[in-house]
Design a binder for this molecule. Structure first.
Ligand code: ZN
Length: 175
């Protein structure tokens, strides 16, 4: 499968809560392999199905240490401990702002064959799981910024849209 087109802000699919994955068939595995290719080409560390125009509860990730695909994920546990870290999103190219997330999480879901999986992660992995799960609910990382950063992000997005500013450079490590 070829690299898929990544949807960007303004595309309604990014704001639509995704439906659970119901069929674990060859089409799903083709989609998963296309999402891996797209994430690698971007390059990114995570990619959710709505970002390639498919409103299903599914994401792929590659933290450098762990890599996988999860469908229908739910949080089984989140630490009370939080961590602020810079985040970017493949659907908001070039925007990077600090976001507060739980430091560690445990998610449960199924793999591309419908087999139950449980994944635990801290730091970057925990951030990826939370960022991608947000995508499945139609939430973008700019929704989670403090008021000042949110204003700055909106101003930047508007200026790019109006042609008043060049799109900011992509620095990688987006999700
Ligand atoms: Zn994203």
């Amino acid at each position: 499968m070829a690299v898929l087109a990544i949807r960007t802000l303004g595309d309604p699919v990014l704001r639509t809560p995704a439906e659970p994955v119901a069929s674990f068939d060859a089409d799903l595995r083709r989609l998963v392999s296309g999402m891996f290719e797209t994430m690698e080409a971007a390059p990114g560390v995570g990619l959710a199905a709505p970002q390639v125009g498919v409103p299903r509860r599914l994401f792929v990730f590659d933290s450098g240490e762990e890599r996988g695909a999860v469908a229908n994920p739910v949080f089984a546990w989140r630490s009370e401990d939080t961590q602020e870290g810079e985040e970017g999103c493949l659907s908001l190219p070039g925007l990077y702002f600090p976001v507060v997330r739980a430091s560690s999480v445990r998610i449960e879901g199924v793999d591309a064959y419908g087999v139950p999986v449980a994944l635990e992660g801290g730091d970057l992995l925990a951030r990826i799981f939370q960022h991608e799960s947000d995508h499945l609910d139609g939430v973008l990382f700019v929704d989670r910024l403090g008021p000042e950063h949110r204003r700055e992000a909106m101003r930047l997005l508007r200026d790019v849209e109006l042609g008043l500013a060049a799109p900011p450079a992509v620095r990688g490590r987006a999700l």
